[in-house]
Write a protein that binds this ligand. Structure first.
Ligand code: PLP
Length: 359
């Protein structure tokens, strides 16, 4: 068996031990003679997995009983619609911070449901930074403030939660959930497609605080799209295999030491790459330094020909999926929780060697 270092932005690399466990259980889950994929979502086996995954997530993120966890489908993209559909009434406004491709899409969808105030946009600067608190133009009585904590495409990340003067934060945490501790009291809703930091594609984690849930709309919202439909029970068939995998990744995350561990670990990995980028002008970081992401490190080489060669030669060192997003080009290395230090060290050594030969 050959495993490469996979820097894909998503679906992203998973912990090897998790994949091995899943392989061992694939045909016969815990002596049942069936795969977890072949069992009712009402079976005791599956409902135990659902409960355990939610418990682990509560514990890892430091969430108290105010927070409900839902395993939904439709990707993070469905939340761009489902959030305003449930939380934004026609006579209300919501504030959105536009820091990248995904927040722009969230804004576009929200506008279908109510008034949207764009509290800040870095679009004119190629999304190369996130705003500081004093740059935000928040409205007086917004229903919520939406932001994207890590911008996967351009490689920026909020260093901490934006200050919103008591208005609940709604956060697209798709690409940095569980990568560091968060101040849970600030959040009304957190959502994340699982496929970057917590599992395979197919399930979206949505965490909602009870007061927002209770106030959420039911009238005019189709049953399947209401948060109230999903918060208390498993309403319809969930993506059982994806949730099963998420539960294993969460256990793995607990065993590693949880979010405090990952914060230090992720910073170490990112620092190693940024240090090489900053050594001279061969590699050029594409984002402002104080907005740099610890999850997606983006940079350019002196020209596109060198970038193509870099990507090709990287493969000979087992370094894969380093191509930047098609909308920005260049190189993007996604180094989520499951990327081992060894992968980043191998990449760092390759970057130095490539610079020596081509710089
Ligand atoms: C920050 C962020 N939000 C949303 C999405 C869209 O997620 P999905 O493909 O699950 O709809 C992505 C996907 O890369 C993302 O990185």
């Amino acid at each position: 068996m050959k495993r490469v270092f996979n820097f894909s932005a998503g679906p992203a690399t998973l912990p090897l031990s998790v994949l091995e466990e899943a392989r061992a259980e694939l045909l016969d889950y815990q002596g049942t003679g069936r795969s977890i994929m072949e069992m009712s979502h009402r079976s005791p086996e599956y409902t135990a997995i659902d409960a355990e995954a939610k418990e682990r997530l509560h514990s890892l993120m430091g969430l108290d009983d105010r927070f409900h966890i839902m395993f939904l489908q439709g990707g993070a993209s469905a939340q761009f619609m489902q959030i305003p559909f449930n939380l934004l009434r026609e006579d209300q406004a919501a504030d959105y911070i536009d820091t990248g491709r995904w927040s722009a899409k969230a804004i576009k969808e929200a506008k279908r449901f109510g008034k949207v105030n764009v509290a800040y946009s870095s679009a004119n600067a190629n999304y190369d930074h996130v705003p500081t608190d004093d740059q935000l133009s928040l409205s007086e009585n917004a229903a919520y403030v939406h932001y994207t904590s890590n911008n996967t495409v351009c490689g920026t990340q909020f260093p901490k939660e934006p200050e919103t003067k008591g208005i609940p934060l709604v956060c697209d945490a798709s690409s940095d959930i569980l990568s560091r501790p968060i101040d849970v009291d600030r959040y009304g809703l957190i959502y994340a497609g699982a496929q970057k930091n917590i599992g395979p594609a197919g399930v979206t984690v949505v965490i909602i605080r009870d007061d927002l849930l209770q106030a959420s709309k039911t009238e005019d919202v189709p049953t399947i799209l209401r948060y109230q439909t999903h918060a208390e029970k498993i309403f319809n068939t969930p993506p059982v295999f994806a949730v099963y995998m998420v539960n294993k990744v969460l256990k793995w995350a607990q065993d590693q030491g949880g979010v405090d561990y990952f914060e230090t670990f992720n910073r170490k990995k990112a620092d190693l790459l940024y240090q090489i980028i900053d050594e001279d002008d061969f590699y050029q970081g594409t984002t402002q330094k104080d907005s740099r992401s610890l999850m997606n490190v983006t940079f350019r080489l002196p020209n596109e020909e060198l970038e193509s060669r870099f990507l090709e030669e990287a493969k000979t060192h087992d370094l894969y999926a380093l191509k930047g997003h098609r909308s920005v080009g260049g190189i993007r290395t996604s180094i989520y929780n499951a990327m081992p230090m060894e992968g980043v060290q191998t990449l760092g050594n390759f970057m130095k060697e490539f610079r020596n030969q081509n710089g």
